[in-house]
Design a binder for this molecule. Structure first.
Ligand code: CU
Length: 123
């Protein structure tokens, strides 16, 4: 009898916790926004992203073919992009402006052509 009551309480608690997490994922400020970026010889998809200065993002990085990286030199960022796996990296841009990201890992003849434009806005 006691056990059943305990289980019921635990279930109610779990359900309410799950709904709290869902609300946060739906855009509340304490959950970083996920930005999914794919690399493929010799481009990024999307080719352009817009971020807000000072906000934290979860960059969800992967490659659709060979290993690449996403390097934003001016913002001190370099994240690995591995085939068949996602690399989640938290990133908080500290400067506004337009920046060009490139590939930091040699991936073939078109390597130097890889670029992604990062717009960082003040608000
Ligand atoms: Cu490359």
């Amino acid at each position: 009898m006691k056990l059943r009551k305990l289980l019921t309480t635990a279930t109610v608690f779990t359900v309410s916790l799950a709904s709290t997490i869902a609300v946060n994922a739906a855009g509340k400020s304490d959950e970083p926004q996920t930005v999914e970026i794919h690399a493929k010889k010799f481009a990024y998809e999307p080719a352009e992203i817009t971020l807000v200065k000072g906000a934290t993002y979860k960059l969800h990085l992967t490659s659709d073919d060979v290993p690449h990286s996403l390097r934003i030199k001016a913002l001190g960022f370099n994240g690995a992009m591995k085939p068949g796996a996602f690399n989640d990296v938290l990133f908080t841009p500290q400067q506004s402006g337009d920046f060009t990201a490139d590939c930091g890992l040699y991936c073939g003849v078109g390597h130097t052509k890889m670029s992604l434009t990062v717009h960082v806005t003040d608000k």
